[in-house]
Design a protein around this ligand. Structure first.
Ligand SMILES: Cc1ncc(COP(=O)(O)O)c(C=O)c1O
Length: 382
């Protein structure tokens, strides 16, 4: 479909996707029993440097399974960033655990790891780290605290395929780590997710939880409640094809990031993504923009104005401690995380999909200049 609207994301499926999906249909292997599932698990886990991969039907349920597999339950506290998707806190709350949030760093937008130690209590069982928007969490202090206080690490690398921290793959740091394969990710299976771990016992637990906790002894007798979180062979076929092209996808996103940096660097009033930290280079999963405080409108208004220029956008995350659903459960009363609160109100992201062209990026940059320039004119005429 050709139109002059620039979507925030479009998946790219021009490798072996069709061939492998056709193979599923021709052989009749369409369920989770098919061979692409095992192949995807093996190849993906090996790419991240982990012993086990457990494919599931999306990233959110990977978090549910991870929490239960680690025996995190009633009354256990888990420290996590407030600036993330609801899936992270929801998995904890559903298991009866208590999410304890920290604010984020205003430059990297990742959790501020310096705030973790103050939040540790005798009930803290784990830290859930979440790599945000293309840069990693500073993992060394997290690993140090995990060891010092005997806490497990759950690593949400949903957005971080191919991202490294100190030359080591994100997704290789958690007792359990997970990824998402939603269409806006570096690798997509339509819907899908992957749990990775080096621990044989945790891998068995996740496999069992994913598959209704069927037992080998007598299939329909259950000792524990699980879920059907299985990934189909058709999804895994897409995943194998997408994994073959991961390096190209990362290179393209980095190019988009660099090009936007050039195009937008002379616009005042906006904060752009940090290109690199000491420990990592940005892989620009998305290209985020944060409006300075002196721009007299918020992200919602900026997105409305860009929509008039036919530019697709998405708002930044809304912090966990400001979620009505958690307030109703009595969580996060009087919690304040000013950095995340500001990012939620002043941050949004612009098109950065794998099909984006140079001309489209130039159009986005022009539109951004226009909506910010108009504002300056309004200010000077007032
Ligand atoms: C950080 C993070 N965690 C978890 C998820 C959940 O993944 P899914 O959409 O596959 O359920 C996402 C989804 O985008 C995410 O960005």
């Amino acid at each position: 479909m050709m139109s002059d609207f620039i979507p925030v994301n479009e998946p790219l499926l021009n490798g072996n996707e069709l061939k492998y999906v056709q193979e599923c249909i021709e052989t009749g292997w369409i369920s989770s029993e098919g061979p692409f599932v095992k192949r995807f698990e093996k190849e993906f886990a090996s790419r991240v440097g982990r012993r086990h991969g457990i494919a599931v039907c999306n990233g959110s349920v990977a978090l549910d399974a991870a929490v239960v597999a680690l025996d995190i339950g009633q009354g256990d506290e888990v420290i996590m960033p407030t600036f993330t998707i609801i899936s992270c806190a929801a998995a904890l709350v559903r298991a009866g655990a208590i999410p304890v949030v920290v604010d984020c760093d205003p430059k990297t937008w990742n959790m501020d790891v310096r705030q973790i130690e103050d939040k540790i209590t005798s009930r803290t069982k784990a830290i859930m780290v979440v790599h945000i928007y293309g840069l990693p969490v500073d993992m060394e202090p997290v690993i140090f605290l995990g060891e010092k206080y005997g806490m497990k690490i759950i690593e949400d690398a949903a957005e971080a395929h191919g991202l490294t921290y100190k030359d080591r793959a994100c997704g290789s740091f958690g007792d359990i780590s997970m990824f998402s394969f939603y269409p806006n990710k570096f690798i997509t299976t339509g819907e899908g997710g992957m749990i990775v771990t080096d621990d044989d016992h945790l891998a068995d637990r996740c496999r069992s939880l994913r598959n209704l906790c069927f037992q080998s002894k007598r299939r329909f007798v259950h000792e524990e409640l699980g879920w059907n979180f299985r990934m189909s062979n058709i999804q895994a076929a897409l995943g194998v094809a997408q994994l073959e092209r991961l390096d190209e996808s990362i290179a393209k996103k980095k190019y988009v990031g660099r090009r936007y940096n050039e195009l937008l660097s002379d616009i005042s009033g906006i904060q752009l993504p940090l290109p690199k930290m000491d420990c990592a280079e940005n892989i620009y999963w998305i290209y985020g923009i944060v409006l300075d405080n002196d721009i007299p409108f918020d992200a919602e208004e900026a997105m409305r104005r860009l929509a008039k220029h036919k530019i697709g956008t998405r708002p930044f995350f809304w912090p966990m401690h400001e979620q009505p659903v958690f307030h109703r459960l009595g969580l996060f009363q009087n919690e304040s995380c000013p950095v995340a609160e500001r990012l939620a109100r002043r941050g949004f992201y612009i098109p950065s999909g794998l099909t984006l062209t140079d001309t489209q990026m130039e159009k986005v940059a022009e539109a951004l200049k226009d909506i910010l320039k108009l504002q300056c004119l309004n200010l000077t005429t007032e």
